[in-house]
Design a protein around this ligand. Structure first.
Ligand SMILES: Cc1cc2nc3c(=O)[nH]c(=O)nc-3n(C[C@H](O)[C@H](O)[C@H](O)COP(=O)(O)OP(=O)(O)OC[C@H]3O[C@@H](n4cnc5c(N)ncnc54)[C@H](O)[C@@H]3O)c2cc1C
Length: 378
């Protein structure tokens, strides 16, 4: 039997849970289908926390989207009564001429993002527990912080369900058929036709949208929780997040939430993953050295070996920018993919944008820089 739905969301991770919420909030008939459970740990949206910040060194074009993302996270908190965002602040340190520090300055100048410059001589006193390398510049963004990642996904889904969205978990979509006439989705159990389809499949985007040949690569990333030797990183003592542009890679982390460990990771690097369903989740010997070196050089209050880890995936585009667009053969199919390891903070606004594109074919948000046709010349 074929079931027809008006709006079908494929994948209920970071972006899909938000798209589901925005469609349901508009009173639309929407069904979300997810191959795993609610806020699961098999994709890209798990591991307790995600950094959110506005001094966006990746590109200032993201800042208007971030301003809306902040508003929407706050609105979701109000609607649900759930605390999702902790504005604990963020220290960013690196060589003054490096892309990261230069990008922070540019964002702050163009969009009046509040960023404090911390002279090198004061940095170590200002951020106890960190050894800021010689010649580095440090900045501090007081309105940055972190999101509770699983709670964000769960809250979007719960609020969407309260507004009438239907959801199927533990049901994998096996095929998607798109022509100019019809949108069909086959799961293990059922066959659907949909008036509109929103594809938010994370690391599985290439498989779900194979006809588009999206230039995506999936890489394995490992999060560490390292034990604290001194209580200098505690959130309850007012500590914030951190991001370091080191000569051998970019490293970031969070204040200690439990008082005994700090979560941190390397943003750069990562091995290619051939099949996201077969991701190696064990801690490998090769995962440890770069992070241990960073801890030894920069965070003397931590022990270098992790007591806990989690494996996760980045889905990268060649330029590191997201792809948010419609299917060239059928504008009723819209998708968000390639969030390149920095997408979660935007999930609230990406859901709104995908809902706009699916319902009206356009959005008021400035997303031209995220269109797929920028890769046509590759
Ligand atoms: C270690 C790590 C740290 C990060 N840190 C940050 C950070 O600090 N700040 C930040 O902003 N971003 C960060 N990111 C990036 C951010 O988390 C991701 O960009 C974002 O979570 C991607 O969301 P998504 O919806 O595209 O993917 P996902 O959340 O993985 O969702 C995709 C969903 O689609 C489902 N799916 C796929 N195929 C099918 C199918 N055939 N049938 C049914 N369901 C299907 C999957 O099961 C999954 O639930 C980090 C990412 C990682 C891995």
């Amino acid at each position: 039997m074929t079931v027809h739905v008006d709006y079908l969301v494929l994948g209920l991770g970071g972006m899909g849970s938000s798209a589901l919420y925005h469609l349901a909030s508009r009173g639309l008939n929407v069904l979300g289908i997810e191959q795993f459970g609610v806020a699961h740990d098999r994709g890209s949206s798990h591991g307790e926390t995600r950094i959110i910040r506005k001094a966006y060194f990746e590109h200032p074009n993201y800042i208007p989207l971030l301003q809306r993302a902040y508003e929407l996270w706050r609105e979701l908190e109000q609607e649900s009564g759930q605390e999702l965002f902790d504005p604990c602040g963020l220290m960013v340190a690196g060589p003054p001429e490096g892309e990261v520090i230069q990008g922070v300055h540019l964002a702050s100048r163009l969009y009046d993002v509040v960023v404090e410059m911390v002279p090198a001589a004061e940095a170590t006193a200002r951020f106890p527990g960190f050894h800021i390398p010689d010649g580095f510049e440090a900045t501090y963004e007081p309105e940055a912080g972190f999101l509770h990642v699983e709670d964000c996904v769960r809250t979007h889904i719960e609020c969407a369900e309260r507004q009438g969205a239907q959801v199927y978990f533990n049901e994998k979509i096996q095929s998607v058929t798109v022509s100019d006439q019809v949108i069909e989705v086959q799961t293990e159990a059922q066959h659907f036709t949909a008036s509109k389809l929103i594809v938010t499949a994370g690391a599985w985007s290439s498989a779900c949208l194979s006809a588009l040949n999206l230039p995506l690569e999936v890489v394995r990333k490992v999060l560490f929780w390292s034990p604290v030797k001194q209580p200098v990183y505690n959130l309850d003592r007012g500590k914030g997040g951190f991001f370091f542009d080191m000569p051998y890679g970019e490293f970031y982390g969070f204040p200690s939430l439990d008082g005994v460990t700090v979560k941190l990771a390397e943003h750069t690097g990562g091995e290619l993953v051939a099949d996201p369903s077969l991701l190696n989740r064990e801690l490998l010997e090769s995962d440890v050295p770069a992070l241990s070196r960073f801890i030894s050089e920069v965070m003397p209050g931590l022990k270098p070996d992790p007591v806990r880890h989690a494996a996760c995936m980045y889905t990268r585009t060649p330029d590191g920018h997201f792809i948010v667009d419609a299917h060239p053969q059928n504008q009723g199919v819209v998708y968000g993919a390639g969030f390149s390891g920095h997408g979660f903070k935007f999930a609230s606004v990406i859901g709104e944008i995908l809902a706009d594109l699916a319902t009206k074919g356009h959005t008021r948000h400035p997303i031209e820089f995220l269109s797929a046709n920028r890769f046509e010349k590759l």
